[in-house]
Design a protein around this ligand. Structure first.
Ligand code: SAM
Length: 248
């Protein structure tokens, strides 16, 4: 083979082929952006859950203890709706045999939900949808609605209206969320500076919302809120936290 042919072949293999592969890869990624995003965020969130649960275990156990009281008061399985359920981070805190409807816009959590439902002995149904518009769900059907680390992302007013609609009279809304730091504090300044970028990168999550206050204003008959400092691994801006129970 002539030297010029060898040089040409080497040039193609070393330069043209990798560039073509990158262009094709980027094109495929662009066409499937939503799918890739869904798969990657489901995977990453699922990996993050054990450390998040470790950091909030004591509080979650306290918060969800009332689910067991609710379960004791009825003959059938407890009907729970979890909004923004992710991969089922809270299943380990639920009474066994709870019937959980998991509402989330990301269908790629389904695989993790099934895995965790088997692990913790709960019955799970996945529903693709948004907290702001739960059209597929009838009014007054759930004993409990749960959300953890979701109110930071959704339209709080619309979502809480929907939560009240689907709860049975006397049903309870359990929540645990990160909230804005005290106004005027150093952390509050950092949160305000970071929020626009944070929101863009992390799927709409905001670190300057006071979700506890929003629940108080949402028209429940009774709301108990417990603030706590919360120490998330690596993420010092995602604090303080609050948890609570609001009764319809
Ligand atoms: C930070 S993750 C929390 C997941 C889980 N609750 C936990 O504690 O690990 C936020 C979840 O809310 C979901 N989400 C985002 N926008 C939503 C919306 N408008 N309605 C319901 N869920 C939403 C996301 O897909 C994701 O599963």
């Amino acid at each position: 083979m002539a030297e010029s042919d060898i040089l040409f072949k080497t040039f193609v293999v070393r330069n043209v082929l990798p560039i073509c592969a990158i262009i094709i890869g980027l094109y495929i990624l662009k066409r499937n952006k939503k799918k890739v995003n869904g798969i990657v965020s489901a995977y990453l969130l699922n990996r993050f859950v054990p450390s998040a649960n470790k950091a909030t275990k004591r509080e979650k156990e306290k918060l969800f203890a009332e689910l067991f009281d609710q379960q004791r008061g009825i003959d059938s399985d407890l009907m729970i709706l979890e909004i923004g359920a992710g991969g089922g981070a809270n299943f380990e805190f639920y009474p066994p045999n709870s019937a959980i409807t998991c509402l989330d816009p990301n269908r790629y959590f389904n695989e993790y939900l099934l895995e965790n439902s088997k692990k913790y002995g709960v019955h799970v149904k996945f529903l693709k949808g948004f907290a702001e518009k739960m059209d597929d769900l009838e009014s007054d059907i759930f004993d409990a609605v749960v959300c953890t680390f979701v109110l930071c992302t959704v339209d709080t007013t619309k979502s809480l209206q929907e939560v009240r609609r689907v709860l049975k009279p006397g049903g309870k809304f359990y929540f645990l969320e990160h909230v804005a730091a005290e106004k005027g504090s150093f952390l509050s300044c950092i949160q305000r500076l970071l929020n626009p970028v944070w929101r863009r990168i992390l799927g709409g999550c905001q670190i300057i919302k006071d979700s506890g206050e929003s629940v108080k204003m949402a028209g429940f008959s009774n709301t108990h809120i417990t603030p706590f400092s919360g120490k998330f691994p690596f993420v010092f801006v995602v604090r303080p936290l609050c948890m609570g129970i609001a009764t319809k």
